[in-house]
Structures are given as structure tokens and as C-alpha cells.
Design a protein around this ligand. Structure first.
Ligand code: UDP
Ligand code: MG
Length: 330
């Protein structure tokens, strides 16, 4: 239990800021400069230990991201403030984040996006809440005024839909959060491949708190989360955390049987009374309708079976191609 004991003022906690990066050459230098200045400030104010650092995770970028991470780390080799991890290919934001989290060796870690849309001034507040005894501190957006109309509407729909589907998560919280060493250890206990981190964190438990902030616009570059990736994140979130869609299929099947049962009473009654059914249109429509519903249901079931198939293979979640860490490179 020793390693989980909270640090005192004389024994300051070390902090790692984990930053997943995919084609982020335009923002990296500024991102490091800003994060580093917050770390330096916290170190000078005796809030965190000097062994704190920023860990960039290059998620198989096709641009100059990794070379930039190397350059930043070389420039800061005297204080080892910048470290890097390079994944062998693009594994997606969630996996890149998980890769980074699996490699940190500090008392606390904070995950943040490279584009600094999330207010870095929350970092000192998060550390303060940790010192007050919280193991998880969620960064929560006050509003969505900086988002485009599309992003705002799709995000609102996303949270509503996820909640209807039984995925409970903190609204307006993405992956900007602080985790204590024991909360991180608990997160890493979830061995599944199809992981939706922000849906798993509330399952960990422990004392938690939130800090509110206004999200800014990207400092440069374009969003690396196109609609396709957002949809796949949503499907992954639902199928990895909830079986409600499967239950809905059962309910749908039951309701269909009920309707067909009532309908057959009516049809038999008409037959007995000598009236013949001439409704070809209704017959063909109901045929198509039921065919469509059945295919949809099969698709949903297939999605879950696919997930079981992938989980059963136990493939590695990510593969590390290279890393930069002061000590290990020596
Ligand atoms: N990202 C990643 N792998 C991907 C896509 C995105 O590591 O396949 C990173 C990206 O570099 C950024 C974070 O995930 O640091 C969030 O992406 P972005 O800011 O583009 O998403 P948005 O804010 O537009 O939702
Ligand atoms: Mg962003």
C-alpha cells in the first residue's frame, strides 16, 4: 500500500502530463512551451516535485511530429522535462492515451490534448484537488460556445444517446483529467481491447471532483477527429459498456410477436367470416419492414460478436516503436 500513500509537502508528488499526438507538428512546440511553463511554476511554488514531465505519445503520425518530439526532448535533456513514446502505427486517440498512461511512473498524471483546447490553468487546480484527497479530478467544460454548430449538436446528441444506451459518463468531460497512482493502477486493470476510457473511469470509484473551464479553439491545425472516428468512438463506447442494444432487440422481437399475434386473430376471424384478404401492398410492405428490422438486429448482434472475437484474440493493444526518456536513453 506504501506506493499509494499521498505525498506531503516535504515529499512532493511527481506529475506526468500525457499528450496523445496525431499529426500535430503545427502545435507541438507551443504545446510543450505552455505545459512546461505550468510545470516549472508548480515546481517553483513547491506544489510538485522536480521530476515531473510531459510525455508525448506519437500515435503513428505521418508528419514531422516524432522528429519534433525528439528535438524538444533534446533541448530539454538537462531537466528531462520532455519525454516521448512512438506507437508503431495510428491506433486512435484512446489507445494512444492508454499507451502513455501505461508508461508513466509518477504519483499523479494528467491527460490533455495536444491542441491545448483545454485550459492548462486547470492543472494547478487539479493538483490542489488531488492534495485535498481526490484520486480523480475531471476537467469539465462550462459550455460549448467555442464549438462549431455541427460539433455542438453532434456532441449533445452523443451524450444523450450514450446515456439512453446505458453508458454513464460525466457530461462535457472528454479526456482531460487527473488520476492518482492508485486510480491509474485500477484503470490499467481493465484489460479489454475495446476500451472507452471516459466510460471506464467512473467505474473505478475513489473520491473524485471536477474543475470547470471554458474550452478554447485549437491553437493551430485541424481536428483529428472526423465524423467517422467520432462514430466509431460512440459505437465502441456503447458496445464496450452496455448490453442495452441487445436487450432492445429482445423487446422489439417480443413486441413484433405480440402485434403478429393480435393480427392473426383478426386474419382468422376474416377467413372464417368468408372475406378474403386482398392486401398485396400491406403484405409486401410488412415483409420488407420485418426483413429490414431483422437485418438491423443481426447487425447489432454481429457488432457484439465481433467484439468478443477481437477480445478473445488477446492481441497487444499497441506496439511501441521508439521512446525518449532521459534515463532510459542514457
Ligand atoms: N489524436 C490521436 N490519435 C488519433 C486522433 C487524434 O492521438 O487518431 C489526438 C490528437 O492529436 C489530439 C487529441 O487526440 O491531441 C484530440 O484530437 P482533436 O483535438 O483533433 O479532437 P477534437 O478536439 O477536434 O475533438
Ligand atoms: Mg481538439
Amino acid at each position: 500500500m506504501d506506493k499509494f500513500i499521498k505525498k506531503t509537502e516535504d515529499n512532493l508528488p511527481t506529475l506526468a502530463v500525457v499528450v496523445p499526438c496525431y499529426n500535430e507538428e503545427e502545435v507541438l512546440a507551443e504545446c510543450f512551451m505552455e505545459l512546461n511553463s505550468v510545470l516549472e511554476r508548480l515546481i517553483t511554488e513547491n506544489k510538485i516535485a522536480s521530476g515531473s514531465y510531459v510525455l508525448f505519445v506519437d500515435d503513428g503520425s505521418k508528419d514531422n511530429t516524432w522528429n519534433l518530439i525528439k528535438r524538444i526532448s533534446d533541448d530539454n535533456s538537462n531537466n528531462e522535462r520532455a519525454r516521448g513514446l512512438k506507437l508503431s502505427r495510428n491506433c486512435g486517440h484512446q489507445m494512444a492515451l492508454l499507451a502513455g498512461l501505461s508508461y508513466v511512473d509518477t504519483d499523479i498524471c494528467i491527460s490533455i490534448d495536444a491542441d491545448l483546447q483545454d485550459d492548462i490553468e486547470c492543472i494547478p487546480k487539479m493538483v490542489e484537488k488531488y492534495m485535498q484527497g481526490n484520486d480523480i479530478v475531471y476537467g469539465v467544460r462550462k459550455d460549448r460556445s467555442s464549438d462549431s454548430f455541427f460539433k455542438k449538436t453532434s456532441a449533445n446528441l452523443f451524450y444523450k444517446f450514450m446515456s439512453t444506451m446505458g453508458v454513464e459518463q460525466i457530461s462535457n468531460h472528454a479526456d482531460y483529467r487527473l488520476l492518482s497512482k492508485r486510480a491509474l493502477a485500477a484503470l490499467l486493470e481493465f484489460k479489454e481491447r475495446n476500451i472507452y476510457i471516459r466510460g471506464i473511469i467512473p467505474l473505478i470509484g475513489f473520491r473524485s471532483d471536477t474543475v470547470l473551464y471554458a474550452r478554447k479553439k485549437r491553437i493551430a491545425g485541424k481536428s483529428k477527429y472526423p465524423l467517422k472516428k467520432m462514430l466509431s468512438l460512440a459505437i465502441n463506447g456503447i458496445t464496450s459498456l452496455s448490453v442495452i442494444p441487445l436487450r432492445m432487440i429482445a423487446v422489439l422481437g417480443f413486441l413484433t410477436c405480440l402485434i403478429v399475434g393480435l393480427f392473426s386473430v383478426y386474419v382468422i376471424f376474416r377467413k372464417i367470416s368468408g372475406e378474403t384478404v386482398t392486401g398485396w401492398t400491406s403484405l409486401i410492405l410488412s415483409n420488407f419492414f420485418l426483413g429490414g428490422v431483422q437485418l438491423l438486429c443481426l447487425g447489432i448482434i454481429g457488432e457484439y460478436i465481433g467484439k468478443i472475437y477481437i477480445e478473445s484474440k488477446q492481441r497487444p493493444k499497441f506496439i511501441i516503436e521508439d521512446w525518449i526518456s532521459g534515463k532510459q536513453n542514457d
